[in-house]
Design a protein around this ligand. Structure first.
Ligand code: MTE
Length: 325
C-alpha cells in the first residue's frame, strides 16, 4: 500500500515476503529442535493465546480449487496498519486489542438504528464457513475458510430507507488498543484514523459480502480483525475493513481512508482487475500463498473480480471500470 514520505510497499516486498516466511519456517524448525530462539517471538504473548473455537458448517457453494493458506501464514503475514506498517507487526502487536466487550453501531438512513453487542450480533443469522480467496492489492492472495453470515442479514434487520445508497464501515479508534494510532509513533503512515471503508449498497447487500467473525474454525485472531470485519472477495483486500465499530448507511459515497491518502492509487470500487495496473505495479498476476513449500508459491494470472465475475460483474454493467477503479 502506500505512505506519503516513503513507500510502505516496495516493489521488493514480494521477495521480502519469501524471506520473511522462510525466517518463520526457520524459527519453527529451530523450536521443533528444542532451540530456545527468541528471535521473532511475539511482542505480546496475548496475541497468541488460544482462540475460542467457532464451528460452522461449510457452505459447499463457496469452495476454491486451491488448498487453504496455512493458518500460520494467514495470521502472521498480513496488513493491519493500526498495528504498524510491516507484515509481521499485526501478529506481534495485536495483543493490545480487546475484542470483548464490543459493540457495533448500525445507523444512518435506516428505519431501525441499533447498537448490537458483539455476542448478540453473532447470533443474528446462522454462521457458515465459506472458503474465499482474498486478493491483496500488493499482488498476493490467500485462500481462507472464513466464518460469518451475509452482511445483508444485518442490513435488512435495520431496514435501510430509500435514501441509503452506500454503506460506510468504521474501525475502532483507540490509540491504547491500536498503537499506530498514537500521534507521532508511526508518523510515516499517511492513513487517517479511524480506518474507514465503504461499499455501494448493492455491493454490501450482495450475498458474497460476508460479515465475518471467525476463520479456520476459530474466532478471528486480533490481527485478522477481531471481533468482526467484512470480507468482500471480489475486491482488493483493503476494502475488507477490520475490527468494525460502526456501520453507517449514507446517501453519498463515503471518503475512504485509502482514497484520502492516495486517490490516484486506491479508488472507491477497487474491484480486482488484471487489466488495470496500480500506478506503481501490475495487477496482471499474483502469488497465491497456499500450503506447502514457499518455493511452490507460483505466480498465477489474476482473474477479473478475483474469480467471482459470474456472480458480481452484473453489478457494474455499463460502467467503465478503468475510470471507476
Ligand atoms: N482494516 C483495518 N482497519 N486496517 C487495515 O490496515 N488492512 C486491509 C484490510 N482491512 C486493514 C484493514 C488490507 S490492506 C488487507 S489486504 C486485509 O485487511 C487483510 O486481511 P487479512 O489480514 O485477514 O488477510
Amino acid at each position: 500500500m502506500l505512505i506519503r514520505r516513503a513507500p510502505i510497499f516496495r516493489s521488493s516486498e514480494i521477495t521480502d515476503e519469501r524471506l520473511y516466511l522462510n525466517r518463520r519456517a526457520f524459527i519453527a524448525g529451530a523450536a521443533a529442535l528444542g532451540g530456545a530462539l527468541a528471535l521473532g517471538a511475539p511482542h505480546d504473548a496475548g496475541a497468541e493465546a488460544p482462540l475460542a473455537e467457532l464451528k460452522a458448517a461449510r457452505n459447499p457453494k463457496f469452495a476454491q480449487p486451491d488448498p487453504p493458506t496455512r493458518y500460520e501464514a494467514a495470521t502472521t503475514y498480513n496488513n493491519f496498519y493500526e498495528f504498524g506498517v510491516n507484515k509481521e507487526d499485526p501478529a506481534r502487536m495485536a495483543g493490545s486489542l480487546k475484542p470483548r466487550p464490543w459493540a457495533v453501531q448500525v445507523e444512518g438512513h435506516v428505519g431501525k438504528p441499533r447498537t448490537f453487542d458483539i455476542d448478540e450480533l453473532i447470533k443474528l443469522a446462522p454462521l457458515e464457513e465459506r472458503v474465499y480467496a482474498l486478493r491483496c492489492v500488493e499482488a498476493w492472495s490467500m485462500v481462507i475458510p472464513w466464518i460469518g453470515f451475509p452482511l445483508a442479514a444485518l442490513l435488512k434487520r435495520v431496514e435501510p430507507t430509500g435514501q441509503a445508497k452506500f454503506v460506510e464501515f468504521t474501525t475502532l479508534l483507540d490509540p491504547e488498543q491500536f498503537p499506530a494510532q498514537k500521534k507521532g509513533l508511526f508518523s510515516f503512515s499517511s492513513l487517517e484514523w479511524p480506518y474507514v471503508e465503504g461499499l455501494r449498497l448493492d455491493e454490501a447487500m450482495h450475498p458474497l459480502t460476508l460479515l465475518t467473525v471467525g476463520m479456520y474454525g476459530k474466532v478471528l485472531p486480533n490481527q485478522n480483525g477481531a471481533p468482526v470485519r467484512v470480507v468482500v472477495p471480489w475486491k482488493y483486500g483493503f476494502k475488507s475493513a477490520k475490527s468494525i465499530v460502526r456501520i453507517r448507511l449514507v446517501s453519498e459515497q463515503p471518503k475512504t481512508a485509502w482514497e484520502k491518502a492516495a486517490p490516484q492509487e486506491y479508488g472507491f470500487y477497487s474491484n480486482v482487475n488484471p487489466a488495470v495496473s496500480h500506478p506503481r505495479w501490475s495487477q496482471a498476476t499474483e502469488r497465491r500463498i497456499t500450503e506447502g513449500r514457499i518455493s511452490e508459491f507460483r505466480r498465477r494470472d489474476t482473474l477479473p473480480f478475483n474469480g467471482y465475475a459470474d456472480q458480481v460483474a452484473s453489478l457494474y454493467s455499463g460502467m467503465d471500470l478503468k475510470k471507476y477503479y
